[in-house]
Design a protein around this ligand. Structure first.
Ligand code: IMP
Length: 175
């Protein structure tokens, strides 16, 4: 089966939205310790790096690896593949995700991270696909609400490919 990518969100659209989100996070930040920005590997890496540079508040970065997806279908089972490597007890934290789809990954992350007793724990996602929601998760900062498409680029992959695209496209399969 042949596959191709149709343009969906341009580099410019994404940049405008990321700057807006950075401003929103900055306005809500009131802690006296650096904000802990948690990058959910691997799909969020590009968004994370851009968002970090739009914040202009003191930050510490941390990385969390999770796996749940095979191909274009969620397996439903979420597991940790890499842990934070820092204590977030008493800290103001933001989970930075590329996309909230079924919500299973985010709900797992929230439960896991809340048990470590951060002072605050907020959720920031570039994309939200409400049609596919299986679990409701609180989202504090959302970039784009999108229809039920499988999207790639700007860090998001299909079988580890397309992360390097500077825009976001919809993956299509043809015979
Ligand atoms: P959820 O657990 O179903 O909400 O899915 C979360 C994870 O699935 C995301 O962090 C992505 O890694 C992956 N994912 C969900 N939808 C897409 C998509 O459209 N393109 C690429 N990856 C996706």
């Amino acid at each position: 089966m042949a596959e191709h990518v149709d343009p969906y969100l341009s580099t410019e659209q994404i940049a405008v939205e990321v700057a807006r989100m950075g401003g929103e996070i900055r306005d809500r930040f009131d802690g006296d310790q650096p904000l802990v920005l948690i990058c959910v590997l691997k799909g969020s890496i590009v968004f994370f790096a851009d968002l970090l540079r739009q914040l202009h508040v003191p930050t510490h970065v941390a990385f969390l690896g999770v796996a749940s997806y095979e191909g274009t279908h969620s397996t439903g089972a979420v597991r940790l593949t890499h842990d934070l490597g820092m204590d977030i007890g008493g800290r103001d934290c933001i989970i930075v995700e590329d996309i909230v789809d079924t919500g299973l990954t985010m709900s797992y992350l929230l439960e896991n991270l809340k048990s470590r007793r951060p002072r605050t724990l907020r959720v920031c996602t570039l994309l939200h696909k409400p049609e596919r929601e299986q679990v409701k998760v609180p989202m504090d900062f959302v970039g784009f609400t999108i229809d039920d498409h499988f999207v790639v680029g700007y860090g998001l992959d299909y079988e580890q490919r397309y992360r390097d695209l500077d825009h976001i496209g919809v993956l299509r399969f043809t015979d």
